[in-house]
Every structure is written in C-alpha cells, then in structure tokens.
Design a protein around this ligand. Structure first.
Ligand code: NDP
Length: 286
C-alpha cells in the first residue's frame, strides 16, 4: 500500500481564503480584525515563527501589531503590556510567542491574557472549556489536525485513536478533540510500556513527540491514518539538519492509508488555524 498524502499546504490555502473573505466583511464594516504578537528576546526560531504569523495576517486582511521586547524585559513590564492590549478594542487576539526567557513565568504571562483574546487557546479557562465540552479557542495545532482529518473524510466515530505525546499545547488538547468526535482515545507518553503495541491498535495515529522518525512502519496498523505533528532536525546522515517528523515517512507510507508529510502537513495548518481563531475572536467582539 502507498498512502494518500494529506496536503497541509493545500488545505491551509483554502482556510486562509475563507478567513480573508470573512476579514473583508468585518473591515468593510469598519471593524478590521486585529492580532497582537509579542516576542520577548532574540530566539532565532521564535523570530521566524513570529515573522510568518505577521505575514499570514497581512495576506489574509488581518491587522497585526508586532511587539519585539528585549530579552531582559521584566515580568511586570510584560504583564502591563498584555493588560494594555486586553483593554484595546482594536485588538481581538493576543499571542505571546513561547518559549519565554527563563526569568519570565510563562504560566503567569498566559493567565494574564484575557481569555476572550487568547487565540492560542492556552489559558486555563480555554483549556477547561475544551475539557468540559464548551470550547471557545482550540489550540491551533490539534485544531489544524482535526481540520485535516475532517477534510480527508476520516471516520472518527468509534475509531481507535492513539495520541503519542501529552503536552498542554498538542497531545492533551488533541486527545480531547478526538474524544469530542467520539473516537476511543489512548494517550501515550515517555512512561508508556510497549508503545509499539498501542500504536498498532490505532485507526488514527497522531505523533507529537519531538523525536525524529521514531514511529516506524512496523508500529502502524495497515490502513491507518497517520498524522505527524513532529518538527525535528535530522540528527545525522546525508539529510542532517533538514526538517523531519516524528514518523518515519518512508516505511510508514507503505502501511498507512493516508499520511501527513513533514514539511507541508500539520505546520501550515497550525499557522492557518491561528488566523481562524483570530477571526472568530473579532467576529464575537463585533
Ligand atoms: P513536548 O516536548 O512538550 O512533549 C513531548 C511529548 O512526547 C511528552 O508528552 C513526552 O512524554 C512524549 N515523549 C517523549 N519521548 C517519548 C517516547 N520515547 N515515547 C513516547 N512518548 C514520548 O513537545 P510538544 O508537544 O510541544 O511538541 C511535540 C512535537 O511537535 C515537537 O517535535 C514539536 O516541534 C512539534 N510541534 C509542531 C507544531 C507544528 O505546527 N507542526 C506545533 C507544536 C509542536 P512525557 O510527558 O512523559 O515527557
């Protein structure tokens, strides 16, 4: 079997076009959607992510404000800036790029964002809303995965879904969203015994681990749908330094029925869903 590719670039383009149409309606009514992005420090990967988010906004008709704060910004100054943005009616979404420099408490920073502007969906009240079945903002990465599964026509009702990884930004909310769609969900992590056996039961397997190519074809049930969230650098070999996923694409694509590539899979959808969340925030405010 050679798996069908679930193309994240193509789906993200469609999502962005829908966002642009909705943004044009609000802008036409004199209420353009606005996103504030805060970057503290000079982390080069974070700088790239932030630049891409700003560019995505420009292309979709969302007004963006980028705050680049020095690495030694005090927590009090950062919280004061967030509170100012919370009160600003022209800003509908606030995103603080993680990770923060070590002297800043990320939890406290995120809890300062007004929940109705928390377009990353990381505030405890948004995490709790997802958990209790009244979601407001869904974290962008697992939300993008759900869009991909929906677009690919994957049956989730009653399906065995296995999520590898239990972080607050990917694994846990992913499991909640799959449960919401009536999958039978297993969450695996670093203490899981016999990871391969769990993976082999999965009709839908989501890998969000952060280890290059650790999920191999022999760990996949024939015909399964495989979603690769991982964004790793090839540690060695001829492709050393290149982007790769948590799934060994070459072997997995021989067994799965559908699979997401890296790059060009979950990454572009994560970016697109930030625009969707910002749009939803702006529409609610209007
Ligand atoms: P974290 O490091 O926060 O979480 C990784 C999870 O994987 C943890 O729950 C950990 O378990 C688990 N894990 C680690 N090693 C193993 C193992 N050997 N077997 C089973 N489970 C293991 O990472 P994130 O959730 O933030 O990100 C995961 C991956 O997704 C990364 O590659 C990241 O770069 C990528 N990513 C991609 C995005 C995109 O847009 N495409 C967005 C966000 C992340 P434990 O809890 O026990 O430590």
């Amino acid at each position: 079997m050679t798996a069908r590719i679930i193309d994240g670039n193509e789906l993200a383009r469609r999502v962005r076009a829908e966002v642009a149409a909705r943004a044009a309606v609000l802008s036409g009514a004199g209420r353009p959607p606005g996103l504030a992005v805060i970057l503290v420090g000079e982390d080069p990967a974070s700088a790239v992510y932030v630049r891409n988010k700003v560019k995505d906004c420009e292309e979709s008709g969302i007004r963006s404000v980028l705050d680049r704060l020095p690495a030694d910004t005090s927590e009090a100054a950062l919280l004061a800036r967030i509170e100012q943005l919370n009160r600003d009616p022209s800003i509908h979404g606030i995103l603080v790029q993680l990770p923060l420099p070590p002297h800043l408490d990320a939890h406290r920073v995120i809890e300062t964002i007004a929940p109705e502007k928390d377009v990353d969906g990381f505030h405890v009240s948004n995490a709790g809303a997802l958990m209790t079945g009244t979601p407001r903002f869904r974290p962008c990465t697992p939300y993008g995965v759900m869009k991909m599964l929906e677009h690919a026509g994957v049956l989730l009702d009653g399906a065995e879904a296995v999520v590898v990884g239990r972080s607050n930004i990917v694994g846990k909310p992913q499991a909640m969203m799959l449960l919401e769609r009536n999958a039978t969900v297993t969450i695996c992590h670093s203490r899981t015994r016999d990871l391969a056996a769990h993976c082999r039961r999965a009709d839908v397997l989501v890998a969000a681990v952060g280890r290059a190519r650790m999920i191999t074809g022999d760990m996949i049930k024939p015909g399964a749908v495989v979603i690769d969230v991982g964004m790793n650098r090839e540690p060695d070999g001829p492709n050393a330094g290149k982007l790769c996923g948590d799934v060994d694409f070459a072997s997995a694509s021989q067994v799965a029925s559908a699979i997401t590539p890296v790059p060009g899979g979950v990454g572009p959808m994560t970016r697109a869903m930030l625009l969707v969340n910002t749009m939803e925030a702006a529409e609610r405010a209007a």
